[in-house]
Design a protein around this ligand. Sequence first.
Ligand SMILES: [Zn+2]
Length: 434
Amino acid sequence: MINYIKNKVKELEQEIIKRRRDLHRHPEAGWTEFRTSALAQKKMKELGYTLTTGEKAVSKKEMMGVPTAEELKKHQERAIAQGADPETVKAMEGGLTGFWADMKFSEDGPRLAFRFDMDSNDVTESKDPGHRPVKEGFASVNDGAMHACGHDAHVSIGLAAAQIIAGMKDKLKGSVRFIFQPAEEGLRGAGPMVAAGAVDGVDYIVGMHVGFQAAHKGELICGADGFLASTKWDVRFKGLAAHAGAYPQEGKNALLAACAAAVNLHAISRHSEGATRINVGKLTAGEGRNVIPSEALIVMETRGITSELNDYMVSESGRIIKAAAEMYGCEYSIEVTGGTKSGKSSREMIKLVAEAAGEIPYYTDITELKDFGAGEDYAHMMSAVQEQGGIGTYIQTGIDRTAGHHNNKFDFDETGLAPAAELAAITALKILGK
Ligand SMILES: [Zn+2]
């Protein structure tokens, strides 16, 4: 079977690259992955997988940070104009772009799931003629959106792995599920899919990212601990407008409330039990020079090395925001726009992946475990599997990059894509092989 996988990977390599470039050219940000999802759904159906889509795959009430209906409509129209199947796009109305695809090999046996994220970043891709996607004609045509984190590669790797695994179905037992997740950026997509049952009954789960800490060709990190738990908030302060010259005493100053909150949020005491972070990333307020500002908005996030430490930051933030609003006689409201738990990879699963990687000559530098030190909402899926008695890990597969993730000149050596698909397929064979 290993030889079948090796031959198949070789056969698919050019297709993997071609698909990655097509996705790179048509990036779609969180909850607007209409074209990407339609394309992936079509391929998975052709391969014989059973799809779970729409509200069955994404719990609507758990969705956070969803663009307005008007924006979603624009993105749906764009997806269709860029070649997506209109029926499929229509069925994803409201931003329901996430789906999973199942293949069952036997009634009993292990249930394995893979998770691949699909969304792009809010970055405008470099137009520098030296930037390879520009030079070779696959740079983003969607203004303000760019695959600057490699999720285009993830979808392409996932589809190839699904094809290879479908091709060995007679030799497998149990079942496999491919979860195609929207809105990883902003940590919004995993929660609603878990709530809809994406990992119910899953015994093994694998998530994967190209690059990141595996920043060179041949490198592989089989597991990660120390995913930062995080919470994203939009905080609105509401005061009362008044003439700043004639009747300033009648106003309630929302700008000052927001400023007091911003300064004091950054003064939350550090915690002896571990690392925490806080950032007020945006503050907008006020109407005009001679008006007491009646509205203010803070866009902020907290992080913690454990879910408990993040909870501490969240609770302190809430206290400070409330006090700042009261000090200036303002009202306030908090909208949660994203978040994730912390997480640790299962040791047993790390061993399985390391063994699988031993079969692949590309991987010359294999590390079992690293501290991730950032947020990834896959941690939410992995923890859910572990809570129900299963095991999981998060793989970082090495690529040579031209720039860091989220940079507008991000690009990478695509010879690292086929080995990642091969790794997924061999890991599946190790778990599901008869
Ligand atoms: Zn990413």
